[in-house]
Each structure stands twice: as C-alpha cells, then as structure tokens.
Ligand binder design. Structure first.
Ligand SMILES: NC(=O)c1ccc[n+]([C@@H]2O[C@H](COP(=O)([O-])OP(=O)(O)OC[C@H]3O[C@@H](n4cnc5c(N)ncnc54)[C@H](OP(=O)(O)O)[C@@H]3O)[C@@H](O)[C@H]2O)c1
Length: 328
C-alpha cells in the first residue's frame, strides 16, 4: 500500500509517500481500507519532534483518525464484515491506504454520512466531549467560553456546548471571517482577540460574574487571563498549548476565586480507555449527528500526495474546522 512516512523530524517536506507492506490484522483486529483521514494540530507537533511521549519516531506513519471500509478480519472478529463503512480514532497510521485497528475502536458510519465528514469527526468530538462533559460537567444555562473557536476542536466544542444546553456561549477567534462562522455554529458572541480583550467582553456578557467554564487551547499566555475571566468557583479546562507551555498565575486570584484548573489529553490513554470512549461516543454522540444537532465542519480536502501542503495550510491557521486528506 501507499503511506506517508515521517522521514525525519522537520518541516512539511519530511512527509513523503512510500510503498510499504499491507498490514495484517491480528486477533480481534480489523483491516480498514482508508477513504479519508484528517489533520490534527498534534500531527504538526509530531512531525516537528515536539510531541510529548508516546510520540512517533522517524519511519512511522502519522494520522489520528480515519474513515473507510472494512477490508479484512483478524481471528475472532464477529462484529464486522468486509464492506462495512466505518470510522474511528487511531494512535497513529491514518496517512495511508490501509490501517489495522481493534474491532471495538470502529464506529459504524450513519447512512448518508460522507467519508470526508466521518474522517473529520473522531478526534475533535472525543476531545470536546471529554472537556465539556467529563471535565467541566457543563450544566444547562451555564456561560461557556471556548477559545480558538475556529480550530477543529473549537468548532466541535461550540456545537456540543450548544447541544448540551449551555447558556451564554462565547468564543475567541483571530479574524472577523472566523467570528461570523462561529456565530453560524451557535456561538452567541465571537470575540476577535486581535481587536478586543476577551476578559472585558466575557465580563460584559455575563453581567460581571465571569464564565462558568472556559475551554482553553492557548495555554501559557492565557493562564492568568482565564482566571480573571472565569467566575468564582468556575472551571478552566486546558486542552492545548498553542501559545506556549509557560505562563504565570497570581495564585491569590486563583485562591480567592476557588477556581478549578484541570486538563485533558487523549493520545496517551491506554487502549481500554479509548475503547470505552469509542463505545460511549456511539451511544451518546452519534445519534446527534443523525438528527443534525452536530455536524462535521470540513474546510478543505487534499489528496494523500499533497499532505505536506495540508500541513502548511494548518500551520498558517487558515482552516476553519477540519482539513481532510483523501487516501485513495
Ligand atoms: N488534549 C487533547 O487530547 C487534544 C486533542 C485534540 C487537540 N488538542 C489541542 O487542541 C488545539 C487545537 O487543535 P486543532 O487540531 O483543533 O487545531 P487547528 O484546527 O489547527 O486550529 C488551531 C487554531 O487555533 C488558533 N491559534 C493558533 N495559535 C494560536 C495562539 N497562539 N493564540 C490563539 N489562537 C491560536 C488559530 O485560529 P485563529 O485564526 O482564530 O487564531 C488556529 O487556526 C491544539 O493545541 C491541539 O494540540 C488537544
């Protein structure tokens, strides 16, 4: 099969197509013919060699999600048959024509769902669900601020917060064009962080109380600013470090407000936990794609042999939602 190999750590040019052996499914594993995969910001960090363990090494195949058709079954698999349309999360290996994964990591595609849309769903919705439901425990009517609203995870989190019955739903973005699109997704107010100070807008929008929940992808530079913008006994969930890992907090402000600071990561979790997340996604979130409350936001598609261009596009922050790569 053809696969994009990480030849060494570096710029987008280190991602090159090679011919490699077809993978063979083992016990309880399924081989999928991949129709599409999608990019995640983690792919860029992994390519640069800046991703924390468990990190890929030169010679590996990146790619954290896929859609496609079941192609071959390993011993003991009874839940799937060749030709089934499936999608799911991966630890690696999505930038290829085939992948082998555990049978319980597969999710059935809904009738009418396209391969492009299905590939764009797993990583960002699993992450948004973990942040908003498992960590933040958002309740009906609560004011939620989602940073980087135009990111893949941001577009998922805005929709999910709306579906959960959040109250005032605020987001930050770096352009007015992205701001308009976030309003379309269900945000009440999109704050252009280049022209507005988000803490001021959050206070104005919440009657001076602050947000109940903040989902942050920026990290260091927003550490203190998030504590300033959250309400007393509010929750700040750290999901990414786009702005850097180091920041300072005046602990008096955290202390006085009794703020909960927590974080989520997906990739480092053991297989059993990822299977549990997959099964819960099928039960809780998949139906919301069926009734239209949630949807995949695909910005652009690239062919597999242009995956380096897809990385450049993401690094220039040009995408709103997901960048999909077609693998056949
Ligand atoms: N914890 C987990 O398990 C997990 C899972 C998935 C993703 N993540 C993290 O979540 C974040 C988003 O991932 P993604 O794949 O959805 O990203 P993405 O689609 O590449 O979007 C990132 C967007 O964030 C904004 N941005 C970039 N740098 C920024 C900065 N310094 N300050 C403010 N905004 C900035 C840009 O939009 P603007 O034009 O609006 O600036 C950019 O388009 C990443 O940090 C990623 O590592 C974590």
């Amino acid at each position: 099969m053809r696969a994009v190999i990480l030849e060494r750590f570096g710029g987008p040019e280190v991602l090159r197509i090679h011919g490699v052996s077809d993978p063979t499914p083992g016990v309880a594993q399924v081989r999928v013919r991949i129709a599409a995969t999608a990019l995640n910001r983690a792919d860029v960090l992994q390519r640069e060699g800046r991703y924390p363990p468990p990190a890929p090494k030169p010679g590996d195949i990146l790619g954290l999600e896929f859609s496609g058709t079941v192609d071959a079954l390993g011993p003991g698999v009874t839940a799937w048959k060749p030709g089934d349309r499936v999608f799911g999360l991966l630890g690696e290996g999505g930038y290829a024509e085939q992948v082998v994964t555990h049978e319980r990591m597969l999710m059935p595609m809904l009738p009418g769902m396209s391969f492009d849309d299905a590939a764009a769903i797993p990583e960002v919705y699993f992450t948004a669900y973990d942040a908003l439901v498992d960590r933040a425990r958002v309740e009906m009517g609560e004011a939620v601020l989602i940073h980087a609203g135009g990111s893949g995870v941001g577009t998922a989190a805005i929709q999910l917060a709306r579906a959960m019955g959040a109250g005032r739903l605020l987001t930050t973005v770096g352009s007015d064009a992205k701001a308009w699109r976030c309003l379309d997704l269900g945000a009440d107010r999109a704050i252009n962080y280049r022209t507005e100070t988000f803490e001021d807008v959050v206070m104005a929008e919440t009657g001076g109380k602050g947000a109940d929940v903040i989902v942050d992808f920026v990290g260091g530079p927003y550490a203190q600013r998030n504590v300033n913008a959250v309400r007393t006994m509010g929750r700040v969930i750290l999901v990414g470090l786009l702005g850097g890992a180091r920041g300072e907090i005046d602990m008096t402000t955290w202390f006085v407000k009794r703020v909960s600071l927590t974080a989520t990561t997906l990739r480092a979790r053991p297989l059993e936990q990822k299977i549990a997340l997959t099964q819960r996604f099928i039960e809780k979130l998949l139906p919301l794609f069926g009734d239209g409350r949630l949807r995949a936001i695909v910005d652009r598609t690239f062919p597999l042999d242009q995956v380096a261009d897809a990385h450049r596009y993401m690094e220039e922050n040009r995408n709103f939602g997901k960048i999909v790569v077609r693998c056949q």
